[in-house]
Design a protein around this ligand. Sequence first.
Ligand SMILES: C[S@@+](CC[C@H](N)C(=O)[O-])C[C@H]1O[C@@H](n2cnc3c(N)ncnc32)[C@H](O)[C@@H]1O
Ligand SMILES: [Zn+2]
Length: 309
Amino acid sequence: MSDADAARDVVADPLAGVADLLRCPVCGGAVEADRRAVRCGAGHAFDRARQGYASLLARPLRFHGDDAKMVGARGAVLESGLYDPLLRAVADAGADVLSGTGAGPGPDGPVAVDLGCGTGTYLAGVLEQAGEPVGARGIGIDASKAAVRAAARAHPRMAALLGDAWAELPMADAAADLIMSVFAPRNASAYHRVLAPGGAVMVVAPEPGHLAELVDGIGLLRVDERKVERLAGALSGFDELRADTVRWAMRPTPDQVAAIVAMGPSARHLDAARVRARIARLPVGQTVTGAVAVRVFRRTPAAPLTAPE
Ligand SMILES: C[S@@+](CC[C@H](N)C(=O)[O-])C[C@H]1O[C@@H](n2cnc3c(N)ncnc32)[C@H](O)[C@@H]1O
Ligand SMILES: [Zn+2]
């Protein structure tokens, strides 16, 4: 393939565009990506799905993440505009980190990785907000096939990988300037290896009071009050750069309330008929509170490693 052809392919194929940041999950060697597979020099090959994502896995996943129904509900809520204040806050905080690296587009440009990326909407917002002059590249990783199918088409500069955030990530050392965890698992030891010097972690997690009206009215799971404490422990070795709590009021329709329930962990615990009955009993025009912390941490130099949460 000529250089011009290769350049065109990188533009058209986000996964080929991030291959330099990836590593073979079997031998750790550098990889190349074409439309059909990702391959290392030692001959290990990993098929790509028709939808564009790759499964860079040394062994099959034992855990399959959110099912298609949950991912669909999450996509519907994010597209509805109900979570826009949070999407904006995440995009701003992430773009600040990427722009702050001072790098421009190209192979040395900034890189953001989203672990448990879901539909990829938050990472796409960060890449878009950082803008063309920065030309940041993104990699979304999720254990759910339905999620990575969506993430693979979320942004032209974003690749999607099926993977486990708790396992060894198929990424080169120091490859990322920003690692995101948005309502998703955290893995502090992976952060230390994969983050570039001066890199940052963004953790987005619900605060007490998030969706409070639905906790009371429908029986959604309550936010664990000790989560913030545990988070601080899990991220020892990082300094907090900023912490913003985004609070907003939503006015969801009954269908949107149903989608909010269906996208979260409560979907697995609640009986669908009972949820419908409780939604029908909510006051007309019920406002629902959003309360979510967006926190950015930078690695403390020479910090000791800590175990994943
Ligand atoms: C609550 S959803 C959040 C998705 C997305 N960050 C968002 O906020 O829209 C949690 C996501 O993490 C994924 N997930 C859960 N455990 C995981 C793991 N061990 N490795 C990778 N993804 C995981 C799920 O499949 C799901 O997409
Ligand atoms: Zn290999």
